[in-house]
Write a protein that binds this ligand. Structure first.
Ligand SMILES: Cc1cc2nc3c(=O)[nH]c(=O)nc-3n(C[C@H](O)[C@H](O)[C@H](O)COP(=O)(O)OP(=O)(O)OC[C@H]3O[C@@H](n4cnc5c(N)ncnc54)[C@H](O)[C@@H]3O)c2cc1C
Length: 276
C-alpha cells in the first residue's frame, strides 16, 4: 500500500498528525516513514535546538511541529496569517509613539525591582502601583530555588549575490553542522528585491551565566516546569507585580499566543477588559 493511501486510511479526514502519533502507529509503512523522519529530521533538529537528547524533551515540543498530509505550500492553518503592511519596525514605532509611553532602553529591570518580605520595591522603596514585568521570573528572586533553563541562539549573517538563494523564506537544515535553519528576508512580501540578499543562520547555544546570550526558548521538562511553578506561587502574594509573556510564563509562545496570554492576564489581574 502506498504511504499516502495508508495515511488517509489511518487518519481519515485529518490533514496532519504529530510525529509522536506516527511513531506509535502500528501500520508498517507509516511507522517506517515516521522512523525515517525521526532519524533524519526530528531527532537531529531537536538535539541541536535543545542541546539534549529527544527523550528528555517534553512531548509538547515535538508535537508542536506536526507532519502535514497535503501539498499546500503554507505550513500554518490559522484563519488569519499576516505581517504588518510596513513591517514590524514601523508597527512597533507607531505603538510606542503614544504620548503616554516613554521608552528607556538598556535598563536592567532587576537593578530596580526587588522583592523583600513578600513586598514589591522599586529602587529600594515599597511600591503600591502596578508593575508589569516581561522577564524571567527566577531573576526576580535571585534564582534562589535554581535557574530556569532557557535555550539561546547566535545569529550569523551572510550576504550573497543575487536577489535570493533559497526557495523559501525559512529553510530548516536538520543534518547541517551547528546551525538549525536559515532565514532569507528578501522573500517577505514587503521587502524590496536587490542584487544582494541577506541570510541569517541560527546556531542554538545554551543560555547560562558567563555566556553572552539572551534567553529565547524555555527548556520544558517536568523539573523545570515545577521550578517555574514554585516561583509563580511566590508571586501570588504580590498582586501589583504582573508577570507575563513568554519568559515570565515559561512557555514556548508564538506571537499571537504571547499577546493572547498577556491580554488575558491583564483582564484577570487588573479587571480591565482588553479582549472584545
Ligand atoms: C528566532 C525566533 C523566531 C521566532 N519566530 C516567530 C514567528 O515566526 N512567528 C511567531 O509568531 N513567533 C515567533 N517567535 C516567538 C516570538 O518572538 C515570541 O512569541 C514573542 O516575542 C513573545 O513576546 P514577549 O513580549 O512575551 O517576549 P519578548 O518579545 O521576548 O519581550 C520581552 C522583553 O523583555 C525584556 N526583558 C527581559 N528581561 C529583562 C530585564 N531583566 N530587564 C529589562 N528588560 C528585560 C527583553 O529584552 C524583551 O525585550 C520567534 C522567536 C524566536 C526566538
Amino acid at each position: 500500500m502506498h504511504l499516502k493511501a495508508a495515511l488517509e486510511q489511518e487518519y481519515p479526514g485529518r490533514d496532519k498528525a504529530t510525529i509522536v502519533e506516527l511513531l506509535e502507529c502500528k501500520v508498517p509503512i507509516i511507522k517506517q516513514y515516521a522512523d525515517f523522519l525521526f532519524v533524519h529530521d526530528y531527532s537531529l533538529y531537536t538535539a541541536k535546538q535543545w542541546g539534549m537528547s529527544p527523550e528528555d524533551i517534553d512531548p509538547s515540543v515535538l508535537k508542536r511541529v506536526p507532519v502535514l498530509f497535503s501539498y499546500k505550500d503554507g505550513y500554518f492553518d490559522d484563519t488569519w496569517q499576516m505581517v504588518p503592511e510596513e513591517g514590524y519596525t514601523a508597527w512597533f514605532q507607531n505603538l510606542l509613539n503614544h504620548p503616554n509611553i516613554e521608552v528607556k532602553l538598556g535598563v536592567e529591570a532587576i537593578t530596580h525591582i526587588t522583592i523583600s518580605n513578600g513586598q514589591l520595591r522599586i529602587d529600594g522603596e515599597p511600591y503600591a502601583g502596578t508593575v508589569i514585568y516581561t522577564g524571567a521570573v527566577d531573576e526576580l528572586f535571585g534564582k534562589k530555588y535554581g535557574a530556569l533553563p532557557y535555550r539561546s541562539l547566535r545569529f550569523e549573517w551572510q550576504t550573497e549575490k543575487g536577489d535570493h538563494v533559497l526557495d523559501a523564506p525559512l529553510v530548516a537544515y536538520p543534518e547541517a553542522e551547528g546551525y538549525t535553519r536559515i532565514t532569507e528576508y528578501s522573500h517577505f512580501p514587503q521587502m524590496e528585491r536587490h542584487d544582494k540578499t541577506s541570510l541569517a543562520y541560527e546556531y542554538p547555544l545554551p543560555y547560562k551565566e558567563g555566556v553572552e546570550a539572551e534567553p529565547y526558548y524555555p527548556i520544558l521538562t517536568q523539573e523545570s516546569m515545577e521550578l517555574h511553578e514554585r516561583y509563580m506561587k511566590e508571586l501570588d502574594n504580590i498582586p501589583n507585580l504582573i508577570c507575563c509573556g513568554r519568559l515570565a510564563d515559561f512557555k514556548y509562545y508564538n506571537m499571537d499566543q504571547a499577546l493572547e496570554g498577556t491580554l488575558r492576564c491583564i483582564n484577570d489581574k487588573l479587571k480591565v477588559s482588553t479582549i472584545r
